[in-house]
Design a protein around this ligand. Structure first.
Ligand code: ZN
Ligand code: ZN
Ligand code: FE
Length: 754
């Protein structure tokens, strides 16, 4: 007989790990106990040596699907000679919480077959879940993760559910949200004014009928409300756009299964894997020409965002409607998604014909995550939220202090760092909206609590006007300002588990530089401790400040002015906007702010080609410019080259020859697709050439690509290929968004390790 003390770390709470340990120990005839504590799962086990060996091996190999075991530490201890059966010990309270709960997980196949089985007591029950699936992060109020600390605390289990919950051999053993039609939450269908129209099965049936009639519904999901209409009905989709005050921004579509998804979009293997994964993100993929979707779902875009059902309620609704459904965030315009019931009636009531809701509260609002299909068989994170938050990322080293990082202003997320983990929050949104800012404040407390972090330093952006920065500076805790583009590159290093230094290309919209200017096309020698700016895009005027960010025609004038002078700039601006003369004066004003943003260069070229001279949502022009190149094979971009100058030892990438070529081809009536492709390929090649040169000069063999511009798959592919052809390793984002949603992760890592 021997005894072992085994410590398992990682995502091991709320994922059925203790029941799994129990079953394994019973099978191997081992005695002892398993418990959750602040560091993960602790196991005291004893028995024959061969059994113990197998136990430790299978602890990792056979772990439940949702568990992520990052470490198993074993130490020998004397056996007690116990002959008692192996047992599960209640969670130890009082310890400092340090292990985050699991992500929310899509309904598993076992639960789905119960929901579909008329003989099962959970037949057609929309809140069916088990240890392997169901709500987690969105219902947890505190940890340790036990039912009283969740929004299921108001639903005492019936005798049947209680028996499952306490039976170690049952799939629902210690499944905290366990519920059934007798004891659990129920559906209600409300009118727009909040009065009840139907309950239980009747609510579901009536909701399905309303959708088939073309009504607009609000439907309560895992992390908030969706606005839902029949995606095949042009009228219903147009009505939703009118009520939501949303002109062009694409809607996501939910389809019942992967076969239905294949009919609508071209899906790579990686895209299908993402679509069917239990995380269930929205997957952006190229739309098929004959896809039976209303044009208004994603107007003039080559891609559509698809997702599969992730709660039994979604499955039951899609089964009854039997057609694709638009499922867009339940909000007006760009506000945060509604998740509290009274608030939903107030905010969504005026927009909908009915509200399909239920009485299980949502504690943490959590939007759907979004990934984008890229290259031939790859996906990249665009919005990391439901299904991914709060899963920790691993730091390359142990944090020197506990950190709170407050992120950027747009697409805000938070992150905390402690030990060897960084934990990022769900997507919080654009902080300029009051509701998003409130949600930010709530998330700060909640995330620190879940991760057991008492911040010793608060990391923030250098931009003094970001609300996140102001919040950080008011906290009364030591702060660390982290340069925006350094944070972008750091987020890529954390995700790729690379210690640096690397040559980082940080291309994005705008971020404040170290010296008060607006950056966005940066070549940085960077690691997690610091950075040196070794190159950048040529600066041009940003005429009109914030307006230049939403009115690409202004940037078209600025870049044409830089490339071809005043008369050419006038020729660009005059036909588009009456204010062209004022903008010209701004461009020539000696005190005009300048920017090195690649995002704004994309805007300029899009506007030159007549694509969205004024935008209704962020990055609309750049997205259209990339979409415009579909079908044009990758070229070498010759004729669309940028040149490189030297500014006191810093390389300056000057794309004015490229802009001049765009203007000339446009005046020659060359097709927009060919020009847009030439621009992408030329800019990509030129950027890569400079990257290879700078990497060589600084003795680096690795390039990292980050910033929102690298969501552009074509540009990214050109740069990646050219750098790899030159023998460099290229790091790109997969799990962390290259856009500002990843900034908090970079900030946290820098503050933890510098
Ligand atoms: Zn399940
Ligand atoms: Zn029950
Ligand atoms: Fe950025």
């Amino acid at each position: 007989m021997s005894g072992l003390r085994v410590r398992a770390r990682g995502t091991v709470q709320g994922v059925g790990f203790r029941p799994f340990v129990y079953r394994l120990a019973v099978e191997l005839r081992l005695a002892g106990e398993v418990s959750n504590d602040s560091e993960g799962v602790l196991i005291e086990v004893e028995g024959r040596a061969a059994g113990l060996d197998e136990f430790v091996r299978r602890l990792v190999d056979d772990a439940p699907p949702l568990a992520r075991v990052t470490a198993v530490e074993c130490s020998w201890r004397p056996p007690t000679g116990s002959t008692d059966a192996f047992r599960i010990v209640e969670s130890r309270a009082g310890a400092v919480p340090a292990v985050p709960v699991s992500v929310d997980v899509a309904t598993c196949d076992d639960c789905l077959s119960e929901v579909a089985d008329p003989a099962d007591r959970r037949f057609a029950y929309p809140f069916t879940n088990c240890t392997n699936c169901g709500p987690r992060y969105t219902i947890v109020r505190a940890i340790p993760y036990d039912r009283p600390a969740t929004t299921m605390s108001g639903f005492p289990m019936c005798a049947d559910c209680d028996a499952e919950y306490h039976d170690p051999a049952d799939r629902r053993f210690h499944a905290q949200p366990n519920a059934c039609p007798v004891c659990g939450p129920h559906l209600r269908l409300l009118g727009p004014d909040g009065t009840t129209r139907a309950e239980r099965e009747g609510a579901l049936e009536d909701a399905a009928v309303a959708l088939l009639h073309g009504d607009v519904l609000a439907v309560k999901g895992l992390g908030g409300y969706h606005l839902v209409v029949d995606a095949t009905s042009g009228d219903a989709v147009a009505e939703l756009r009118r009520r939501k005050h949303r002109d062009d921004k694409p809607f996501a579509v939910m389809v019942p299964d992967v076969e239905a998804a294949r009919v609508l979009c071209q899906l790579s293997d990686a895209a299908e894997d993402a679509l069917v994964s239990p995380r269930r993100p929205i997957v952006l993929a190229p739309r098929r020409g004959d896809a039976a979707l209303a044009e208004g779902v994603a107007p003039r875009l080559a891609e559509v965002g698809l997702m599969l059902p992730y709660t039994p309620l979604h499955h039951l609704l899609l089964e009854r409607v039997a057609r694709p459904l638009v499922m867009t965030s339940g909000n007006a315009s760009d506000e945060p998604i509604a998740h509290v019931d009274d608030d939903a009636v107030v905010r969504l009531g005026p927009m909908v014909d009915a509200i399909l809701t239920h009485n299980r509260p949502i504690h943490i609002r959590c939007d759907d995550s979004v990934v984008r299909s890229r290259l031939e068989d790859d996906v990249q994170m665009v919005r990391r939220s439901r299904g991914y938050a709060p899963e920790p990322l691993v730091l390359p080293d142990v944090a020197r202090r506990q950190v709170l990082a407050v992120g950027a202003e747009l697409k805000n997320t938070l992150a905390v760092a402690k030990g060897t983990s960084v934990v990022a929050s769900h997507h919080i949104g654009d902080l300029e909206h009051l509701a998003a800012y409130r949600s930010f404040l709530q998330a700060v407390d909640h995330l620190c609590h879940l991760a057991g972090v008492e911040p010793e330093v608060v990391a923030h952006d250098l931009h003094p006007e970001y609300l996140s920065t102001k919040f950080a500076l008011d906290m009364g805790v030591p702060t660390l300002g982290v340069q925006h583009h350094h944070a972008h590159i750091a987020s890529c290093l954390v995700e790729r588990r690379h210690p640096g230094p690397v040559l980082g290309l940080a291309f994005d919209g705008l971020g404040l530089g170290s010296c008060g200017t607006l950056w966005g096309g940066e070549f940085l020698v960077a690691d997690l401790a610091g950075f040196q700016r070794v190159g950048h895009l040529r600066p041009v005027p940003l005429p009109g400040g914030d307006r230049a960010n939403t009115e690409p025609w202004r940037m078209a004038m600025a870049w044409t002015h830089a490339a071809l002078g005043r008369a050419a700039a006038e020729r660009v601006g005059r036909p588009i906007d009456d204010r062209w003369a004022a903008v010209l004066a701004l461009i020539e004003h000696p005190q005009v702010p300048t920017t090195t943003s690649v995002g704004r260069l994309f805007d300029a070229v899009a506007a030159l080609l007549g694509l969205h001279p004024r935008m209704t949502y962020e990055a609309q022009a750049a997205i259209a410019l990339e979409a415009c190149t579909a079908g044009v094979p990758l070229g070498d971009g010759s004729g669309y080259d940028a040149t490189v100058d030297d500014d006191g030892g810093i390389a300056v990438l000057d794309p004015t020859p490229l802009v001049a070529r765009v203007v000339a081809e446009r005046d020659n009536d060359t097709g927009a697709a060919v020009i847009a492709a030439g621009f992408h390929d030329g800019l990509g090649r030129s950027s890569a050439r400079l990257a290879v040169d700078l990497a060589g000069r600084h003795g680096l063999d690795t390039v990292a690509l980050s910033g929102g511009v690298f969501q552009n798959a074509r540009l990214s592919e050109v740069v990646e290929r050219a750098c790899r052809d030159a023998g460099l390793t290229v790091l790109v984002h997969h799990q962390v968004p290259p856009n500002d949603g990843g900034i908090s992760i970079g900030q946290a890592a820098i503050a933890a390790l510098s």
